[in-house]
Every structure is written in C-alpha cells, then in structure tokens.
Ligand binder design. Sequence first.
Ligand SMILES: NC(=O)c1ccc[n+]([C@@H]2O[C@H](COP(=O)([O-])OP(=O)(O)OC[C@H]3O[C@@H](n4cnc5c(N)ncnc54)[C@H](O)[C@@H]3O)[C@@H](O)[C@H]2O)c1
Length: 247
Amino acid sequence: MTGVVIVTGAGGAIGEAVCKAFAAAGHQIVAIDVRRPDPMGDDTIFVDIDLNRYCLDPEYRDTSNARLHDAVRGRHLAALINNAAVQIVKPSAALTTDDWSRTLNVNLLAPFLLTQELLDELTASHGAVVNISSIHAMQTKPEFVAYATSKAALNGLTRSLAVDLGGRVRVNSISPAAIDTPMLREGFAGQEKLLDQLGQMHPAGRIGEPGEVAALTVFLASDATAFMTGTDIALDGGIGARLRDPL
Ligand SMILES: NC(=O)c1ccc[n+]([C@@H]2O[C@H](COP(=O)([O-])OP(=O)(O)OC[C@H]3O[C@@H](n4cnc5c(N)ncnc54)[C@H](O)[C@@H]3O)[C@@H](O)[C@H]2O)c1
C-alpha cells in the first residue's frame, strides 16, 4: 500500500535517489535534512531537522516531533528510512568526544529515537524501517573508527529492534560498499586512476550507483519482503566476499 515515507539525509546523493524511487512508487515523501534537497519532488514535504540537536535538546526534539507528526497528518506511514549520517575521517589519536557524540547521535541514536517516536503510526500501518548502514559495519580501514563503530552499532540496533518490535514493524538494513556520489568523487579528485582501481577491486568490476541503494530500499519497505526483519543486506559488488591474499 502506498503512503508516506520519511527519508532522513534527503539532501544527500543517496537520499535524493531514495526519495525519487519512493515517489516513483507512488509514495508521498517527507524529507528530513539540515539542507533543503535540490532538486526536490513537487509533492515532497521538507522538514528541516538537525538530528544531532534532535538527540541533545529535548525541547527541540518535541518541536521537531510535532512538525513531523503534522507532516504525516494521520496518513498511512509506509516507511522510515534512516539514511542521514556523518562520516568523520581522522586517526584515533585526533578523535574528540564531540566527534564521537555527533557521529553516534546522527548515525545511531537518531534512527532509534525517530523509530520510537513514530512507533504508533508505523505499527498502525505495519510499516517498515530501513537503516542505511555501510560495509564499514563489517570491514573498515584506518581513520574510520567512529564511523565504522556507529555503523556496526546500527546493524546491532536493526537486529535488536526487529526482535523487540516483533510482528509490529519490520526493521532491516542495507550495507553498501563504495557508491558513486559527488562526495566519493571529491575524495578522489585528481586521482581518477585510483577510483578506477577501486571499481576493479570489486568482483562486480565497478562501484555502486545511488539508484541501486534506492531500489533495494524500496524493495525492503515493500510487502514483497513481509517475512524479512532483523536482516542486513550487503550491497557491495561482492567485495565483502573477496579474499585478499598475495596469490
Ligand atoms: N556514498 C557512499 O559511498 C556510501 C557507502 C556506504 C554507505 N553510505 C551511507 O549512505 C548514506 C547516505 O550517504 P551519502 O553518500 O548520500 O552521504 P551525503 O553526505 O551526501 O548525505 C548525507 C546527508 O545527511 C545529512 N546530515 C548529516 N548530518 C545531519 C544532521 N545532523 N541532521 C540532519 N541531516 C544530516 C547531510 O546534510 C546529507 O544531506 C549514509 O548513511 C552513508 O553512511 C554511503
């Protein structure tokens, strides 16, 4: 059944693709971000919420919740997509408590608090929560300690919420490997050869596309996956299965 889908981080590259895919499937989008999505679908309702402040400031959270409920306005809430994230890349020695707090708030606590706040609406509509995690939940690299830890915990949250909520609301996550976004490309500016190499390291021979994350998100929120909950799906071009050895 179509209805309202709430997407956090809707102003980012993957968020934009997710909003587009749900809108194409006939859903009304409620977009959450600190920046206005651009482009934004005609029917999209934008609710600017800073998810870090949402976790820290109870008064701000109450006001934001009221705006969110108003945006849903008693309609069928088909899904909550927790896609917003911050990624702080630093060596361990330089990570501050503020880095940790911001990362854990936006990437982990906000998905929980939003699910908790929307539980009545999600329960009434047999809705779904899809958490956009990362390959970093399982495999990481230097300087990703806070981000990778938050994503590992997000996968833990996915499992534990699924168990706790039982048949009321399904909760699943997606763990993408490298996805071709402007931010990823910026990181490889002037080193396009390395970006090609990154693609070749994936058994699929390339990195992923935002639309591929979006399509899987729509699938996980649909009735086709009604028996699926507490699961994480790797969307990684096979890199998670690839054994790296010198032979
Ligand atoms: N791009 C990749 O290669 C990749 C790979 C694996 C997983 N992911 C995951 O996909 C998701 C989307 O990533 P993306 O590449 O589109 O990143 P992005 O940075 O383009 O988008 C993230 C969005 O979250 C928003 N956001 C950040 N802090 C916020 C806050 N305090 N309050 C509200 N909104 C806030 C940002 O404004 C931004 O629009 C993230 O969860 C990320 O971890 C991305």
